[in-house]
Design a protein around this ligand. Structure first.
Ligand code: AMP
Length: 544
């Protein structure tokens, strides 16, 4: 080997914020605050305050490898935490406040967090859990005062005592920078430790498709996806690297509030899960227009229903980008980036690609395998379990050898637990979760495809398809639906509606209407809870 002769400088997260302050120092960051007002400052201010925070953390005795937790909405102070914590080599643990109380206690203990930074909104939650949290955990309330949290420090006081400059340290780029816990369907949440290296390379991966997803210096981005949900899909790093204008939505994520914020701040590119877009679309329908300047909507976290994609694009002229990823990655794996040739295709064909989960981002390789572990072709037909590999994919869960031992194949690829097909252009189509797919007479039925089709029914607001036991077929699909307000329908009508949209043998054997569907901490339908609820359900077709 001939050794190259380039400087071996580690990839550091702190370099992003230093660069953003140097190059885009006057770019604006707007935050709808917990306090109720709208706060404005610049990247230069962000860099200065991240330095103040880093100095304050060191004064509290925090150093390399120490875990520092956050319980906060999307706002400028949370961004400061991302940079201030990781910048000194500590590990930013973003806690999802929607986890069950006992899971929050578990993750704080498992991560061995030393300090917890929290928005004032979460003071009552922390007060309730306090006796179960470690005695030596320090608390900092993100604001001017401590809102009655005994023994806590006020963030602004903490920062005001520190200089707004720092010589960011340089260290091994493979050091942990952040940790996220999966919201976990079974057992305890599992932690994923990201590195400075994986974070930077992932940001570059997003930048490679920047103009196609609305991530350019002339864009104004609204990350609705929470900073506590897999690093808000990498935006906290990719936005400053690009120098986009940022609008942080705070806690109010209903359609009316999002519309107003987007309209007044001229947001061009908004990122979030399908549930929030249902709310926003309702408001857009009501007002008969889109928020001014709205150009790109990036949808991920769970499947974007086809009617949603159609409404955004055809009715309102908003370009949809659909993406897939997971906590076990840095986290975006695929995005529906089209390129000029596919964009030029006629409408139905183009829209079909948009309904897929997209093509891999740089640094994430995909493969699908059959039950024997053999690779399946990327022909758009064959489907099997999806595995991923890349510099943004974890190689084990934090301090959990048992769970880690179960998720890799012999070649070191990560098993995603998703069932998928991949077409000749490289588009990924998630068919189901391996646990959710319905096995009817040895054949697989995609619960996701059935749900997507059923959502086209005007009376159905939300639905889930789960497997119900059947004496002849093993499992048959059961559709559980929540009706839209003021609407009625019947199981026969829903089945008739689906008849020309899915194969005949896919039609659900029964349709049940419920007032509410269960959700996980990340807002996804909790099929586990639903299956539990319907475990004794007897399908009409199962009765001889
Ligand atoms: P999480 O780690 O909570 O982000 O969950 C990751 C899982 O969410 C993936 O393994 C998929 O099952 C699911 N998921 C994420 N994005 C999508 C999408 N666009 N379509 C379908 N499923 C998705």
């Amino acid at each position: 080997m001939l050794q190259g002769q380039m400087m071996d400088r580690p990839l550091m997260i702190s370099d992003i914020i230093t660069y953003a302050a140097d190059i885009r120092g006057d770019q604006e960051i707007v935050s709808a605050r917990v306090e109720g007002d709208r706060h404005r400052y610049t990247y230069a201010d962000l860099a200065g305050r991240a330095a103040q925070l880093a100095n304050a953390l060191r004064a509290l005795g925090i150093g390399m490898g120490d875990r520092v937790a956050t319980l906060a909405w999307n706002g400028y102070r949370h961004l400061e935490l991302y940079y201030g914590i990781s910048g000194i080599g500590a590990v930013c643990h973003t806690i999802n406040p929607r986890l069950f109380a006992e899971q929050i206690v578990y993750v704080v203990g498992h991560a061995a967090d030393r300090v917890l930074f929290l928005d004032a909104t979460f003071v009552p939650l922390v007060q309730k859990l306090r006796d179960q949290l470690p005695d030596d955990l320090r608390y900092v309330v993100l604001g001017d005062d401590t809102h009655g949290l005994e023994g806590a420090l006020a963030y602004e006081t903490l920062l005001s005592q520190q200089p707004n400059a720092i010589d960011w340290p340089s260290f091994d780029e493979r050091s942990a920078s952040g940790i996220c816990y999966t919201s976990g369907t079974t057992g305890h949440p599992k932690g994923v430790l990201y590195t400075h290296r994986s974070t930077l390379l992932h940001s570059y991966g997003l930048l490679a498709v920047a103009s196609e997803v609305g991530l350019t210096p002339t864009d104004t981005i609204l990350p609705v996806v929470p900073l506590f949900h897999v690093n808000a899909w990498g935006l906290p790093y990719a936005m400053p690297l690009t120098g986009t204008r940022i609008v942080m939505p705070g806690p109010k994520l209903d359609g009316e509030n999002l519309f107003r914020l987007m309209d007044e701040e001229k947001v061009t590119s908004a990122w979030g899960v399908p549930t929030v877009w249902l709310g926003l679309l309702g408001e857009m329908r009501k007002q008969g227009r889109k928020p001014a300047g709205f150009d790109h909507v990036v949808i991920g976290g769970s499947a974007a229903p086809e009617p949603m994609i159609r409404e955004f694009e055809a009715d309102f002229g908003v370009r949809v980008v659909h993406g897939w990823g997971m906590t076990e990655m840095s986290p975006v794996g695929t995005l529906t980036t089209m390129g000029p040739t596919l964009n030029a295709k006629p409408e139905p064909e183009r829209r079909a690609f948009k309904s897929s989960q997209g093509r891999r981002v740089f640094g994430c390789e995909l493969k699908i395998i059959d039950e024997a572990g053999n690779r399946l072709p990327h022909d758009g037909e064959a489907f099997g379990e999806l595995l991923v590999r890349g510099h943004g994919v974890m190689d084990g869960y934090f301090a959990n050898a048992e769970a880690s031992a179960q998720v890799f194949d012999a070649d070191g690829w990560l098993r995603t637990g998703d069932v998928a097909k991949i077409d000749g252009h490289g588009f990924l189509y998630i068919v189901d979760r391996t646990k959710d797919v319905i096995k009817s007479g040895g054949e697989w039925i995609s619960s996701l495809d059935l749900e997507s089709a059923a959502l086209g029914h005007p009376a159905i607001a939300e639905c889930a398809v789960i497997a119900a036991a059947h004496p002849r077929w093993g499992e048959r699909p059961l559709l559980v639906a929540r009706l839209a307000e003021g609407q009625t329908t019947t199981p026969e009508d829903v089945r008739a509606f689906l008849a020309d949209k899915v194969a005949k043998w896919w039609l659900p054997d029964d349709v049940v209407f419920v007032d509410d569907l269960p959700h996980t901490a990340t807002g996804k339908l909790s099929k586990l809870t639903l299956r539990e609820r319907f475990k004794d359900y007897v399908l009409p077709t199962a009765v001889e």
